[in-house]
Design a protein around this ligand. Structure first.
Ligand code: SAM
Length: 301
């Protein structure tokens, strides 16, 4: 078992106290089951379930999302080798990572910006949730990851989507979107795996501070390009308050207001205590990665 990085251990104790920090650390287990989303844009979900079963898999439902499946004892590589995977009928995704798009109120014809979009898990999910009826702008800074994003959008049948290979902080402030998803680059503190062969990434104060600075700059741009009355979802795969609630606080200071987390999610998902209301910080467990999501509304004037 790899040791937890000292900075992360101290930060968890600072943010949550000894008892919860120990519970979070216990959640950094070695392997979670493979999970995926059925993609209704590429085939009837019941048919895809049948194909998965025919391939010897045992897709299990998830109470809070009809398209999510848990595949007990499955191997990701085996799923990737199936024809239904190449056909875009499924998208491999952690359950926690499926949460942010579910917080976005999608309506046909909406313009939606996914600010940090590669490899496209949430962009393709937004396309699927809207039945392909929204106009998606998918921004990604890294050129190779932007290529991967283009590929995934195509395979998953997300037709009304354009990719911008640019730093989202440099987006023209004249843009206006009905909704923005900011799935921010983060330390990944929620996804640490202590049982794997590879030790978790070094986590040091200077790196965390630099990451927070980027998150706050991205948040400022997200607010600038959001239409009045529009919705902004902020997410990270970190459990550190400085990357989550502190960044959301900057949006609240700018006048945005929190939207409620749907009860169907609140009641089913293991959560950590938060100082802010109406945000969701997922506790790492043997099923869920640590994750954070909040939905905010920009005032009309
Ligand atoms: N939303 C993606 C998904 O669901 O598949 C995962 C996004 S990952 C957490 C963060 C992404 O943001 C990375 O692909 C990273 O290259 C990109 N990124 C980092 N800084 C960025 C920036 N300033 N502008 C745009 N993209 C950025």
């Amino acid at each position: 078992m790899n040791p937890i990085p000292p900075y992360l251990r101290d930060a968890l104790v600072r943010d949550y106290g000894e008892t919860l920090a120990a519970e979070i650390t216990a959640g950094f287990v070695s392997r979670r089951p493979v999970t995926l989303r059925l993609n209704p844009l590429r085939g009837d979900p019941a048919e895809t379930d049948a194909l998965l079963r025919a391939a010897g898999l045992d897709p299990q439902p998830v109470s809070w999302y009809p398209d999510a499946r848990i595949l007990p004892d499955a191997d990701e590589k085996a799923v990737e080798a199936l024809p239904l995977y190449a056909q875009g009928r499924v998208y491999l995704q952690s359950l926690s990572a499926m949460l942010p798009p579910l917080l976005m109120p999608l309506k046909p014809g909406m313009s939606v910006l996914d600010m940090c979009a590669a490899p496209g898990g949430k962009s393709t999910q937004l396309a699927a949730l809207s039945g392909g009826q929204i106009d998606l702008t998918c921004c990604e800074r890294d050129p190779l990851r932007a290529e991967r994003l283009r590929h995934n959008l195509q395979v998953q049948g997300a037709r009304r989507a354009v990719v911008m290979n640019t730093d989202a902080r440099q987006l023209d402030p004249m843009f206006r979107f009905d909704a923005v998803l900011l799935d921010a680059p983060c330390t990944g503190s929620g996804t640490v795996l202590l049982g794997e062969g590879i030790p978790p990434r070094r986590m040091e104060p200077a790196w965390v501070q630099k990451t927070v600075k980027t998150q706050k700059a991205l948040m400022r741009k997200a607010i600038a390009v959001l239409k009045p009355g529009g919705t902004l979802v902020y997410a990270t795969c970190s459990v550190l308050r400085e990357e989550n609630e502190a960044v959301v606080q900057t949006a609240l200071d700018a006048g945005l207001t929190p939207e409620p987390i749907p009860e169907v999610l609140r009641s089913a998902i293991p959560a950590l205590p938060t100082a802010l209301p109406e945000v969701l910080c997922v506790r790492p467990t043997s099923l869920y990665e640590g994750f954070f999501a909040a939905c905010l509304r920009k005032p009309l004037s």
